[in-house]
Write a protein that binds this ligand. Sequence first.
Ligand code: AMP
Length: 249
Amino acid sequence: MKILVAVKRVIDYNVQIRVKEDGSGVHTDNVKMSTNPPDDNAVEESIKLKESGKVKEVVAVTIGEEKAQETVRKALAVGADKGIHVKSDNYIEPLGIAKILKKVVEKEKPDMVFLGKQAIDDDCNQTGQMLAAMLNWPQATFSSKVNLKDKSMEIVREIDEGLETVEVNLPAVVTCDLRLNEPRYASLPNIMKAKKKPIEQMAAKDLGVDITNRVQQLKVEEPPKRKAGIKVANVAELVSKLKNEAKVI
Ligand code: AMP
């Protein structure tokens, strides 16, 4: 079996985001970038399935500018076999990304596509779902446990009410939750070896899909500053404040 795993380069989750003064976006110059965290879980799960012997090949794909290749290299360093970099210097919204991934799926013919549940830069949580719809494949989103069987997968999903177990037939799209596993670190020798692994490059505009963005970002703003909290002396005072000041009870 073969897995295609999608990895996105985003601002590192430890970075304090700075909004541009003109509200046109956030500062990215000289800012540390990393793989989107749930994508690391998607890679880890793919590698674990390969190590279990059930999967033969793991292909990592990214869409983005030249430097986005780093995310593919990182996936190769922890055990992916091959990388694909679809180059684009412009922002592509989830619908365009899903269309590109569909093209890659048609070419690579994987049995499963693993993605992160959500990218932490734009918090869209759309790409996996759109890809599954366009491929007409079953999907399991927010997966926190994956059990691969011969022709299907049993997936545990985190939902508001607790845990839900679903079974999807292969081929399928799986989006991964942070609780799915503990991503490994790449060892130095494996980072060196990864430099020799192949990364196929192609340009997004040559794939024959319409990647025109349909959503226009009007403005980015800092969230309002939170007021400092206060301490109350006892329960009676708390109840009084909730009732008379916050007016929530
Ligand atoms: P989103 O729908 O933007 O929240 O992204 C969900 C998931 O889709 C991410 O966690 C990635 O696995 C995948 N994805 C989104 N954008 C890209 C991209 N530019 N390159 C590769 N994978 C992506």
